[in-house]
Design a protein around this ligand. Structure first.
Ligand SMILES: [Zn+2]
Length: 269
């Protein structure tokens, strides 16, 4: 499942290619045909993201709400667009670009009120200017659930996925099994500030890099990580490999339905 930085990057890319001019809106697969017909020919006004939810505004009160889920994919290309396959749920096209959406969990036309209700269900998103980290800490600090599970709960903090949760806990030396109520305000503020910076970098580079300058392959004289997701990380998908800092083995376990990775030596706080 993509993490929040991917969705914010998609919002930027939709705007960069389509905002302002008339847009052809179609649903080659047929599942979004009626809504597409309503929007066809009108300009995309802007795009917005909150956590893993993407919103495309076409008129003042009409939004396309997209959630990619596990299998959704978005592909941008330059015009002329090739004939769409029948798996394309939503295609936008103009004189210079096209973008195809396939396999989303959600692709629906919603009103502004419905959009507000989605925002209200989600926790603050470190990538949004309106995010209030104290709202998240209010819930974290009252919870007996592990911090590793709380970081994946979109109602508490939106947009953090499996990679960022593992990496931010490592960067702050925090034991992933520590309960929310044992996380101090200082620890929470430091993790939040770090997530804002790391996730902004993620939007900029469209990948997740979390190692500090002194731990890059060049600085350490080690080979770069080999992984489809790219990016240099401390613990994510590094089970049984030596920790970049202490040399001990990185561990893995199932937590909140996803594989957790951590270093028991470095993460003891
Ligand atoms: Zn370590």
């Amino acid at each position: 499942m993509p993490e929040g930085h991917t969705i914010h990057r998609l919002a930027e890319d939709y705007e960069a290619r389509f905002a302002g001019g008339p847009t052809r809106v179609t649903s080659p697969q047929g599942k979004f045909t009626d809504a597409a017909a309503l929007l066809d020919g009108t300009p995309l006004e802007h795009a917005d993201a909150h956590g893993k939810h993407l919103f495309l505004a076409f008129r003042t009160a009409d939004w396309i709400h997209i959630h990619l889920g596990l299998f959704g994919k978005v592909n941008f290309g330059d015009a002329p667009a090739p004939p769409p396959t029948d798996t394309v749920r939503l295609r936008l096209a103009n004189a210079t670009s096209y973008v195809d959406l396939r396999g989303p969990t959600t692709c629906a036309l919603i009103t502004d009120d419905e959009k507000q209700a989605i925002h209200a269900r989600l926790g603050p998103d470190p990538l949004r200017a309106d995010a209030d980290p104290s709202a998240a800490y209010h819930r974290v600090s009252r919870s007996r659930t592990t911090i590793a599970a709380l970081l994946m709960d979109q109602k508490i903090i939106a947009g953090v996925g499996n990679v960022y949760r593992a990496e931010v806990l490592f960067r702050h030396g925090i034991d992933p099994y520590r309960t929310g109520k044992d996380i101090t305000p200082t620890q929470w503020d430091a993790m939040w500030t770090d997530l804002v910076a790391l996730m902004r970098e993620g939007v900029r580079h469209n990948r997740i890099d979390t190692v500090r300058p002194e731990h890059t392959p060049e600085a350490m004289g080690r080979p770069p990580r080999v992984d489809d997701h790219g990016g240099e990380v401390y613990v994510y998908r590094r089970a049984d490999l030596p920790c970049h800092i202490c040399g001990g083995e990185i561990r893995t376990a199932d937590l909140a339905a996803r594989n957790l990775f951590w270093c028991p030596t470095c993460q003891s706080r």
